[in-house]
Design a protein around this ligand. Sequence first.
Ligand SMILES: Cc1ncc(COP(=O)(O)O)c(C=O)c1O
Length: 398
Amino acid sequence: MKLSDRMIRMQPSATSLMAAKAREKKRLGLDVISFATGEPDYDSPKGALEAAEKAMEEGQTHYPPTNGIVPLREAIAAYYGEHFGLKYDPTKEIVVGTGAKQLIYEALGALVNPGDEVIVLPPAWVSYVEQIRLFDGVPVEVDTADTGFIPDLQKIEEAITPRTVAIIINSPNNPTGAVYPAELLEGLARLAMKKDILVINDEVYERLVFDRDKSPQMVKLCPEARDHVLNVNGVSKAFAMTGWRIGYALGPAVLVKAISDFQGHLTSGTSTISQWASAGALLASQEDCEKMREGFRTRRDLIIELLSDIKGIRFVPPQGAFYVFIDVSSYLGGKAKIMLENDVVFCEELLERKNVSMVPGTAFLSPGSVRISYSCPEKDIREGVRRFREFLEEIRAE
Ligand SMILES: Cc1ncc(COP(=O)(O)O)c(C=O)c1O
């Protein structure tokens, strides 16, 4: 079997690899603490379950319209209206897909010709880069690590060339938990207009902000840039509905139509029952969403406190999502008692010795760090950090 060059080039997701290793250890009966998962540990809300049951009973089990069922597109429009004060036309400016992941892929497919450049801002979700490459595009990285994970507008402008077609931003951010300030979002929106490029605004963690009421919204801040922004969102993170696989995008009608046409050839639209469940969540489960946010806030405060006096690590306290990105470079490359060549080996050794799984920063184009997901019960957070601290104490060179 000869696979295509594209497939040979593609790196499997390191997030899934670590999660799989941890699962295998669990299966063998070991007491594993998983800090590797990228999903809320809460159950999907009642509003979603009831809407799904009703849809099944009513025989809503046929192909949906490719761009999504009308009640869901209307619920999304109502949500963006109420939550952000933005008006999107559900008939032509909103499309529903199989997770935010698929919508980003389709948006790239709609925009990228071979050789076109798309800017990404590491540490960044690794699927962006792989998806850009699947269309023979060129990811251009503008690192944010030396500016506290808040991108530098000047550096971004310098990275834009005549081949640049888009920039992908993600706030609140996976893996850093950074929330981009309003001035930066507005500046980015203006830059996109000036250079005539599209911002793929991945705001899937938008409900999970802890130090403010709402996540700043780019189009709200700069309505003139509306035609240069595709907002990508979904129910996975906000409503703990990862398995339902529903994401959505709001943006310029031409792009939304292209995305919809594209998925017409890929999936014929996404699961009808999941779409009804998502409409149920958006319309009836806003309170559950807020409760989850409170739960994550408490855990965020706890993990910051537990990590704060561990020697040799550095992190920027996260303001959103459910991750902390920790610089462990002072333990790598021969600086510890044992040789840990890089962050990948660090995570493997931590899992091996202490049964704690984390995701290496390399999976986010940012070697030298590890990502903790604190989407787990408080007692696991305490025990997992205790083991992490113990591991570091054992390997620390005096
Ligand atoms: C930054 C980011 N964008 C998009 C997604 C995909 O979400 P969905 O479940 O809607 O495909 C994830 C999931 O981990 C994510 O972390």
